[in-house]
Design a protein around this ligand. Sequence first.
Ligand SMILES: Cc1cc2nc3c(=O)[nH]c(=O)nc-3n(C[C@H](O)[C@H](O)[C@H](O)COP(=O)(O)O)c2cc1C
Length: 384
Amino acid sequence: MSATPAQPPEPEGAALLRLPDPAERTPARKDDHLRLAAQTASLHSCGTGLDRHRLVHRGLPGRDLAEVDLTTSLLGRTLAAPVIVSAMTGGTTQAGVINARLAAAATRHGIGLALGSGRALLRDPSLLSTYVGADRPPLLLANIGAPQLLAPGGLDDAARLVELLDADGLTVHLNPLQEAIQPEGEPQFRGLSSTLAVLCASIAPVPVVVKEVGFGLAADDVRELVEAGVAAIDVAGSGGTNWALVEGQRDPRARDVAAAFHAWGVPTAEAVRTAVAETRGRAAVIASGGLRDGVEATTCLALGATAAGFARELLLAAQDDRAGDAVSVLVDQLRIATWLTGAARSADLGLHHLQAPPTGSVARLGDATDPALRVGPLAAEAAR
Ligand SMILES: Cc1cc2nc3c(=O)[nH]c(=O)nc-3n(C[C@H](O)[C@H](O)[C@H](O)COP(=O)(O)O)c2cc1C
């Protein structure tokens, strides 16, 4: 191994001017994010595309509402409903309050909870209580960013994080656009797919989930992730929180650059369809990005997702100390929507529970090559 080259002496006063190491700025940034992500200026200007899909309504649902089974198996754990709280926060006092409320809600309703980036915790294990507390949901996921995984010692850090949090799995977030916009960002993603493959093998049997943060994933991404051996892919598509716009509110130059990305990415509906088609059952697909209610979550399940994730909606609820009630409403909506399709279990939902949009797409209905439109009768046709 070659010796580290001697550094030139630092000019006088430089230490005062130098910006702190990116990780040192993490706590202030996490609190900025909690504040800014709640604002409507942080939302994509485009939608999720889910409004193009409509669940078939059955006047004869065939069973009582209470008979509908929402139980879901995800990453080896059993959830009472196919819902997770998407990764958000940790590392500050404010984050601790939000995480405690989210954990209480997730535990009460038996759903999954993905924690926010564990970068601050890795630097300072005394921050543990800002991530986890008394309530333990049935599925708890640790979270690390791609740049941190690629940094020297990143694989060891990933394993240490899972251990510190006693997590059931590890989520790696892909946020290339956010890193590119953030003044202190680290847009270095070279070699990530092979590092993810090493991670999946080295951390097994702990499952690895890879997610975007609100710009979705392309078919090639999904193929690479499946080859790397990930257990689940969370598409985190566009249509909800836009992390370029969030970062743009923290810095004037970043704002100018971010402005062009107001509608960037793969809308959630398209990202889910693509991920389901490319994984072909080899990894679970989690639908997220801009989801607002349980009907949208049910639509994603019909598109083939195993579970649906909510970030901003549950952040707003947790900020108002009503996370438990918000999850209760989501789960009720999901149960009612599933029942009304005639499905006995949410796990049975499929393309045959969707109808083609009633208006405005008649000319495109014949385009069976567009997987977006392979719903209802077209799904049956495609399956023949
Ligand atoms: C305040 C906040 C902080 C977030 N921090 C993280 C994070 O640390 N790690 C991560 O993977 N995603 C993070 N995200 C991204 C979300 O998990 C999610 O992918 C994204 O916000 C899109 O979902 P939404 O439209 O429901 O908000 C954060 C989101 C919010 C709102």
